[in-house]
Design a protein around this ligand. Structure first.
Ligand code: NAD
Length: 466
């Protein structure tokens, strides 16, 4: 079933034109997106888009970053499908007014929180999970009853094409539009007034988006990046840790905002970890990872050159090879890395894992706390007290003990950053709440006016004691 079956017109993958934004705003003002039936139909359309175009999406993701079908399914298509299903299942409950308690003066009134849509929402996505990071927030925005402008990344151009050409066929054109463009066009788009902006991308562009939002006092969610520390305690099985760290570091060729960016461990653990990481890399990608169908490629030449520059930091213990023609960088481990080197100054966003040695847990925690608060923080230890200490004495958007980014698969957990890794939360019900204005409502009865005498002037000393 396509959009036509839901009585909707397909929307256009072009813009941004004043006319498109005007159409969306008019539709919102007319209340088109508010009924639960409309939201349900759009969510069902989104589900069909994912199902009908699974192969096309896998192909596009493979062309953009060499993503394997398994990685595309696991981290993009299935996650989005689950999010759609969850929203469809819970929509009626999420939309319900939430009753709250009253006090003495409002005893005979009804107090509740109404979850109302903000209005016209702008969602800007990056290229590294170009489907997931567009669709996951879109589910929340639709469920909450908003009209939406979607701006995919121009860098993941194959996925951008599918989103622009096909997604609109499954949604109502008067309420949803895909707008294309890079920095210049997005800058133009941001001059318009939106009622909510949801941005995923780099901290640098996050500041530009936040400044643009401030001009209209538009509320905003910023899902940003940074360097995610991974502490490995001496009390660990190195092979188990290496398997988990390597999988999450080299997944999507390391181009993952929640990937462990660097490992902090003792010199002794480094010596045990390097051969274990070599084992894991060979097992996952074979003797020559360049020929593995399971290892992705770097998104573009600029990022390839940036990552090549980082290979000169510390000493290469594993990997280090690259091939410009394919934008291939081997799964790499760097040792003897200094805190001051470039690889420890910027988010790596590639298949390079530096190991930085520390003397003990205190030094590791001090190292983490000297830096910006990360999006995710990982700690590995067989001693749960060590994990608890890392959790208690640091801060991050999310935390995962003894694993990689599996916390991302739970829609029961809010996802987002803190400090320079972002602000705001989404996934599951948190997305619905993010895209809803939590309107505080009190409905009083017009009777029992005598009771109100207590609050009107003239105020007697006795009344002031109330
Ligand atoms: P980016 O900030 O360069 O681009 C993100 C979006 O902003 C794109 O749609 C792009 O077209 C637009 N854009 C770029 N420059 C702009 C400008 N000057 N003005 C207005 N818009 C502009 O990010 P990216 O390179 O696409 O993605 C990588 C970054 O995103 C990394 O820092 C990564 O950690 C972060 N990220 C964060 C999350 C998260 O959930 N927190 C997820 C994925 C990626």
């Amino acid at each position: 079933m396509s959009a036509a079956d839901t009585g909707s017109e397909p929307c256009q993958g072009a813009g941004p034109s004043e006319a498109t934004l005007h159409t969306l705003r008019e539709a919102f003002n007319a209340g088109r997106t508010r009924p639960a039936e409309f939201r349900t139909a759009q969510l069902q359309g989104l589900g069909r888009f994912l199902k009908d175009n699974k192969q096309l999406l896998q192909d596009a993701l493979a062309k953009d970053v060499g993503k394997s079908a398994f990685e595309s399914d696991m981290s993009e298509i299935i996650l989005c499908q689950n999010e759609v299903d969850l929203a469809l299942k819970n929509l009626q409950t999420w939309m319900k007014d939430e009753s709250v308690s009253t006090n003495f003066l409002t005893k005979f009134s009804s107090a509740f929180i109404r979850k109302e849509p903000f209005g016209l929402v702008l969602i800007i996505a990056p290229w590294n999970y170009p489907l997931n990071l567009m669709i996951m927030p879109l589910v929340g925005a639709i469920a909450a009853g908003n009209c939406v402008v979607l701006k995919p990344s121009e860098m993941s151009k194959n996925t951008e094409k599918v989103l622009a050409e096909l997604l609109p066929q499954y949604l109502d054109q008067s309420c949803f539009a895909v707008v294309l463009g890079g920095p210049e066009e997005t800058g133009q788009l941001l001059k318009h007034k939106f009622d909510y902006i949801f941005f995923t991308g780099s901290p640098r562009v996050g500041k530009i988006v936040m400044a643009a939002a401030a001009k209209h006092l538009t509320p905003i969610t910023l899902e940003l990046g940074g360097k995610n520390p991974c502490y490995v305690d001496d009390n660990c099985d190195p092979q188990t840790v290496a398997n988990r760290v390597a999988w999450f570091r080299y997944f999507n060729a390391g181009q993952t905002c929640v990937a462990p960016d660097y490992v902090l461990c003792s010199q002794e653990m480094q010596e045990r970890l390097v051969p274990a990481l070599q084992n894991a890399i060979t097992r996952f990608y074979g003797d020559n990872p360049q020929t593995s169908p399971n290892l992705g490629r770097i998104i573009n030449q600029k990022h390839f050159e940036r990552l090549q520059g980082l290979l000169g930091c510390g000493r290469v213990a594993i990997g280090g090879q690259s091939d410009e023609g394919e934008r291939y960088i081997a799964p790499t481990v760097l040792v003897d890395v200094q805190e001051t080197e470039p690889v420890m100054q910027e988010e790596i966003f590639g298949p390079i894992l530096p190991l930085v040695t520390v003397r003990n847990l205190d030094e590791a925690i001090e190292f983490i706390n000297r830096r910006e608060k990360p999006l995710a923080l990982y700690a590995y230890s067989n001693n749960v007290e060590v994990i608890k200490q890392v959790l208690a004495r640091t801060s991050s958007g999310s935390f995962c003990g003894n694993d990689g980014f599996m916390h991302m698969t739970l829609s029961s957990l809010p996802f987002g950053g803190v400090g320079s890794s972002g602000m705001g939360r989404y996934h599951g019900k948190f997305s619905f709440d993010t895209f809803s204005n939590q309107r505080a409502c009190l409905l009083s009865c017009s009777g029992m006016e005598k009771l109100n005498d207590l609050r009107y002037p003239p105020y007697s000393p006795r009344r002031q004691q109330l």
